[in-house]
Ligand binder design. Structure first.
Ligand code: NAD
Length: 376
């Protein structure tokens, strides 16, 4: 055999080995779905992602190499929760949602319910009702997103805010502990807990100085998670989000500035800016937040973890980007500054990178474009 033929043969053998390796991985990734006895979406995705060497393929992420699991999402009819529910279903998980539909919407779950998710219309302030759902559904992981999220309501009625955000969280934690839940992923907030940024981007050990009862109740809920870890060994983590934006955020409600501005832009309205518009936040796209949740469920990291880009963006920056997507113009109007508003904050995502292997992938321009498209 001449040298050229030997080289060709070696290449062919190598291709063959590579293919065996990919087949082994494909079998491994599909095994869980097969055990569930049905052609799940995980299985379909695993097949389509596993292409032969030489063709472009999606790299497996830690959260995609896994068997399907049973998940409970509190607040799953809300903006972030419903995006998480869709992602869990898309990879073949069995999903139950607890939501009292106070701010969440049944229509956010229409597709999810058609794909097998179950909605339990339960208020987390009622511990027995929560316990009953967890006892019946036996989730391995609970993603706890249900909350009173309106800062102004928390100022007007701090006790009502605490009943949902503190007592409600304690109820969900108790049910998790009583029924052997493997992992509890709590949802928290960076800006509302840190208050005015003394160090920017703020690390998790930045002093906690909430400016409103909402930040205090979310911080308190984090402490309950840590008590349940210390007292009962329940595996908990608290993801401290920046300002989340993206599809399904309510442009008519009290939600973030991005949803409100996108709604105004599409209605031909103007952007109302309180103060000079130079106040900054760390805006994080909802798909990145969902990814952080999926990763957090598969680690045993405890305590708080910032979920942000580590970048400050001002309200004027947002208007500038939106203007580029507004053929008829989009000029801001200014109103007096609102007292008590945090001026500058951004979150240091170093711990999320190290502990969860997480990094935001969607920059503001791209995220705004996707949000506008979803509303159009
Ligand atoms: P959302 O209002 O869309 O979602 C909250 C969900 O919780 C809703 O579906 C609501 O019906 C449900 N809920 C409220 N009270 C309940 C109760 N007593 N019992 C059962 N369900 C109840 O808001 P969101 O923006 O999707 O927020 C989700 C989570 O993310 C919250 O925990 C919030 O504190 C946290 N968070 C949000 C942001 C953001 O920028 N949107 C930032 C930081 C943290």
């Amino acid at each position: 055999m001449n040298a050229r033929r030997r080289q060709c043969r070696r290449r062919a053998e190598k291709r063959c080995e590579d293919n065996k390796d990919w087949d082994r991985r494909a079998r491994h990734r599909c095994a869980g779905a097969e055990r569930s006895g049905r052609e799940s979406k995980t299985q379909t995705t695993a097949r389509s992602n596993l292409t032969r060497p030489g063709t472009p393929r999606k790299l497996p992420t830690p959260s995609s190499i896994r068997r399907p699991m049973k998940a409970l999402v509190t607040g799953g009819a809300g903006f972030i929760g419903s995006n998480l529910v869709d992602a869990l279903l898309a990879r073949g998980d069995e999903v139950t949602v607890i939501d009292d539909l106070s701010t969440g919407k049944r229509r956010n779950l229409e597709r999810a319910i058609a794909n097998g998710a179950t909605l339990e219309p339960v208020d987390i302030r009622y511990g027995e009702a929560v316990d009953d759902v967890v006892a019946r559904t036996r989730p391995e992981v609970i993603f706890h997103l249900a909350a009173q999220i309106d800062v102004r309501k928390s100022v007007a009625d701090p006790a009502a805010d605490a009943r949902i955000n503190v007592e409600g969280t304690a109820n969900v934690l108790s049910a998790a502990q009583a029924h052997g839940v493997r992992r509890f992923v709590n949802t928290s907030t960076g800006g509302a807990i840190y208050g005015e940024g003394r160090v920017i981007p703020a690390p998790e050990d930045h002093p906690s100085a909430p400016e409103a009862p909402y930040g205090l109740s979310k911080w308190c809920a984090e402490q309950y998670c840590e008590i349940f870890t210390r007292l009962h060994g329940l595996s908990t983590v608290s993801l401290r989000y920046g300002n989340v934006y993206g599809p399904r955020q309510d442009p008519l409600g009290e939600a973030g500035v991005i949803a409100i501005f996108c709604g105004k832009l599409l209605d031909g309205g103007t952007a109302l800016i309180f103060g000079d518009g130079l106040q900054t936040r760390d805006y994080v796209y909802v798909d990145d937040v969902v990814d952080a949740n999926l990763r957090a469920a598969e680690t045993d990291t405890t305590g708080p973890v910032n979920i942000g880009l580590g970048q400050e963006k001002s309200v004027l920056d947002i208007v500038e980007v939106l203007k580029q997507n507004a053929p008829n113009g989009f000029d801001p109007e200014h109103a007096p500054e609102r007292p008590g508003e945090v001026q500058h904050i951004a979150l240091d995502p170093s711990r999320a990178r190290e502990a969860l292997g997480w990094e935001a992938r969607v920059e503001l321009d791209e995220g705004l474009k996707r949000t506008l498209d979803s509303l159009r």
